[in-house]
Design a protein around this ligand. Structure first.
Ligand SMILES: [Zn+2]
Ligand SMILES: [Zn+2]
Length: 140
């Protein structure tokens, strides 16, 4: 099968772009039935937009990249990270102190104590900040 460069019209920017013999061979190889509709520039643009809109695989692969803040536990003093921005003057607890203070014994006994379940509990529980706010912090 012989291929020759062809010129196609981009359906986005309406510029002519070249559909090279090599690309045609690639399309033939992959059994793509349709000619490319967009020039490389518009294709790249669309791919970029799609990646940003959907969150992208590189973002979802790093669950800890959400707003983790490095701070010190006000109970035991070790360095820890918390999934929220600590407010000045409010206590911040490390995972183990947080767990021993906030997780009701019944819940802990029910789900067990593996690392995953601890994470799970902490994700579903209100943060110490939120608890403090609910306990009657002045409303703005
Ligand atoms: Zn284009
Ligand atoms: Zn601690």
């Amino acid at each position: 099968m012989d291929f020759a460069d062809r010129f196609l019209k981009c359906c986005d920017c309406e510029n002519d772009f070249v559909f090279t013999a090599g690309e045609q061979l690639f399309f033939f190889d992959k059994q793509f039935k349709n000619d490319p509709k967009r020039c490389k520039l518009c294709k790249a643009k669309r791919a970029g937009v799609g990646r940003i809109a959907s969150g992208g695989p590189s973002v979802t692969a790093l669950p800890l990249s959400r707003t983790e803040t490095r701070t010190k536990c006000s109970a035991c003093g070790i360095e820890t990270t918390v999934p929220f921005k600590p407010t000045q003057g409010r206590p911040v607890l490390c995972r183990s102190c947080f767990q021993s203070k906030r997780v009701p014994a019944t819940v802990a006994a029910h789900v067990g104590t593996s690392a995953e379940t601890v994470e799970m509990i902490q994700d579903s529980l209100p943060t110490p900040e939120l608890l403090a706010a609910m306990a009657g912090a002045p409303q703005a």
